[in-house]
Write a protein that binds this ligand. Sequence first.
Ligand code: AMP
Ligand code: ZN
Length: 147
Amino acid sequence: MQDAVFDDPHGHDPNCIFCNIIAGNAPCRELYRDDTLIAFLDIAPVQPGHTLIVPLRHHVDMFTMSDEEMAAVARFARYMAPVVKLVTDADGLGVHQLNGAAAGQTVFHYHMHLIPAFEGKPPKIHGREPAPAEELDAMVEALRRGM
Ligand code: AMP
Ligand code: ZN
């Protein structure tokens, strides 16, 4: 039987990496999941603790998101941001969300970034390469303990 999540007009895009994560066809270091959204670690973090908040439904960008989905992402960001900041001992926290290639978006399934920021380190939105598996494993455990 098809997952109910994909019974909506936006559908499940089999070519979308985040849809595949949501469907369980690709791995992620999951922090949280409910009926509307999932949160997991970015595989190529700008800084350790870089977290993504992703609606379960496939929306390419913010322009098709419902008010309810936007509110759910915002609510979870409000919960998760202080956890990420505290656990990573960051000086600040960037909340970023890109719409369209022109804005720098690279994965075309809506997501919000939570990125720890540190004095003296120029803020960035994208990391360069995947972090070592052990680093991501340790971070997901630390964040889960902080939630
Ligand atoms: P954006 O440029 O805003 O579309 O950001 C996409 C983000 O998704 C980047 O920070 C990538 O590192 C991240 N990303 C891509 N593939 C994966 C994946 N399989 N698991 C976790 N994060 C990913
Ligand atoms: Zn998708």
